[in-house]
Design a protein around this ligand. Structure first.
Ligand code: GLN
Length: 488
């Protein structure tokens, strides 16, 4: 049952030589073989490469390597299909990349390897990270390990499902408007969207560069804090990564929230919020109060414009970023009589319908005559949204909300209605627009069927330490994270 351990439990055993990284890696590969036919989290994985990395980690252990120097020593960690891993396929769950193989490692992959991790596998997602269910993958839909008739969330659905099914000890995804926190909530794991600039984006395929941030999925908060710490830091290869010091987040865990002020935004208790989600979140707020926090009502008046603002800015940036997939420089190519025909045929056949919709929306809002009316206005509203948060954070240390309006929905339930799908993100997108940090942690279950519910905590820019401290105190006092999905 090695695959069921947390990272802290596994590394303690590896360091004491009670088990090897090869055994832990084998346990993940066996688990994938046992359940991934039902979950479909992985697009592919390179077993030989994973075992070779595990053997290298075991050699380090024999050589006396410590967790102080290599905090992820021997831990198998899988990647969303947007991150470059040298020598491995990178498709962004799209057909347009064809047989593309990454020529280099993303900075986060380098950092994971330096910390001793075994980096393996390509996890399914919505094509180019556009979606909230993985139904936009060009390959197949990933299913929720709590109920395989339901979606795992998205766009990093494969990341969340793999952790919930214990196919990897942690996974690394990207969050542009909720793509880490929303699937983490729907699959009952912990998911972190670090502050914009906290983690280098070098080697992350760009969707909306002013919103994208890389972060981990884990089984508990301590593991999330550890992996975030490993991923963090300035990188000369990403000029938007900041020179903020990297903090030992776990050093701040004390289980006590006395003196902390936690904000409950009045705008978040919206109509349309599922009553069971509402009840769980209210109960969680009571729990935070019991732990010593003072609960304060705050106002984020521009939140109601967040979805509209995001769906202008994100497609605008996407339309520019995705121009590089031209059939000439990368991946798949469909020939044409001239370069224009080649380009339009390649893009016509290579991109799926949601990606095309985003490119068209983005091109429209950036075109002359509409730029001022849509794009520039959205940028102004974005500033208002950020200012709401900065003002609220003068009063409180952390803000608490539901992560999603409902628990996991059925496959096919919203796939014909893009607007319904976009509304899955109402609670998560303002965090990206404001550039602040956020985490989703389990806070209960629906009654029947039993599906996980997520609590979102939002923190000040570079306030991850407080976020983890609150999340850890809550988690340890409730224990929702100790429930295993039926496929774990
Ligand atoms: N669901 C949102 C979208 O479709 C967010 C995606 C993301 O965070 N990558 O754009």
């Amino acid at each position: 049952m090695l695959h069921r351990l947390t990272i802290s439990e596994l590394t303690a055993r590896i360091e004491k030589r009670e088990c090897t990284s090869r055994e832990a890696t084998r346990a993940c590969l066996d688990q994938i073989r046992r359940v991934d036919g039902q979950v479909k989290a992985f697009l592919s994985f390179d077993e030989a490469d994973a075992l070779a990395q595990a053997d290298a980690a075991d050699a380090l252990v024999r050589g006396g390597a410590t967790l102080a120097a290599k905090p992820l020593l021997g831990v198998p960690i899988a990647l969303k299909d947007v991150l470059a891993h040298k020598g491995q396929p990178l498709n962004c769950a799209s057909k347009i990349l064809g047989n593309f193989i990454s020529p280099y490692d993303a900075t986060v992959v380098t950092k994971l390897k330096e910390a001793g991790a075994v980096v393996f596998g390509r996890l399914n997602m919505d094509e180019f990270a556009m979606g909230s269910s993985t139904e936009n993958s060009a390959f197949f839909t990933t299913l929720n390990p709590w109920d395989t008739t339901r979606i795992p969330g998205g766009s990093s659905g494969g990341c969340a499902a793999a952790v919930a099914a214990h196919e990897a000890f942690a996974t690394i995804g990207s969050d542009t408007g909720g793509s880490i926190r929303q699937p983490a909530a729907l699959c009952g794991c912990v998911g972190v969207k670090p502050t914009y600039g906290r983690v280098s984006r070098f080697g992350l395929t760009a969707f909306a560069s002013s919103l994208d941030q890389i972060g981990p999925f884990t089984k508990d908060v301590a593991d999330a804090a550890l992996v975030t710490q490993v991923l963090s830091g300035h990188d000369p290869m990403d000029s938007t990564s900041m020179r903020e010091p990297v903090v030992d987040y776990r050093a701040g865990f004390d289980g006590d929230l006395k003196g902390l002020r936690i904000g409950l935004p009045k705008e978040y208790m919206i109509g349309g919020l599922d009553p069971e989600v509402d009840a769980s979140v209210r109960q969680a707020v009571e729990q935070l109060r019991k732990l010593g926090a003072e609960i304060v009502e705050v106002s984020l008046p521009h939140t109601e414009y967040a979805a509209a603002t995001y769906y202008i800015i994100a497609p605008a940036e996407a339309s520019a970023n995705l121009a590089r997939f031209d059939g000439i420089r990368y991946g798949a190519r469909v020939d044409g009589a001239d370069p224009f025909e080649l380009n339009s045929r390649t893009r016509g056949e290579g991109f799926g319908p949601e990606v095309k919709r985003r490119i068209m929306l983005g091109t429209y809002v950036l075109s002359s005559g509409y730029y001022d009316a849509y794009y520039i206005r959205a940028q102004k509203v974005r500033t208002l949204i950020r200012n709401d948060f900065l003002k609220a954070f003068e009063q409180v240390d952390v803000i608490v909300t539901p992560t999603t309006p409902s628990a996991a929905f059925k496959v096919g339930e919203k796939s014909d209605d893009p607007l319904q799908m976009y509304l899955c993100d109402v609670f998560t997108i303002s965090c990206n627009l404001a550039g602040i940090c956020g985490i989703s942690i389990p806070c209960g279950f629906t009654a029947s069927p039993k599906l996980p519910i997520g609590l979102q905590l939002l923190g000040k820019p570079f306030g991850e330490d407080t976020l983890f401290r609150v999340a850890h105190a809550y988690e340890q006092s409730t224990g929702w994270h100790r429930e295993f999905s039926p496929l774990a």
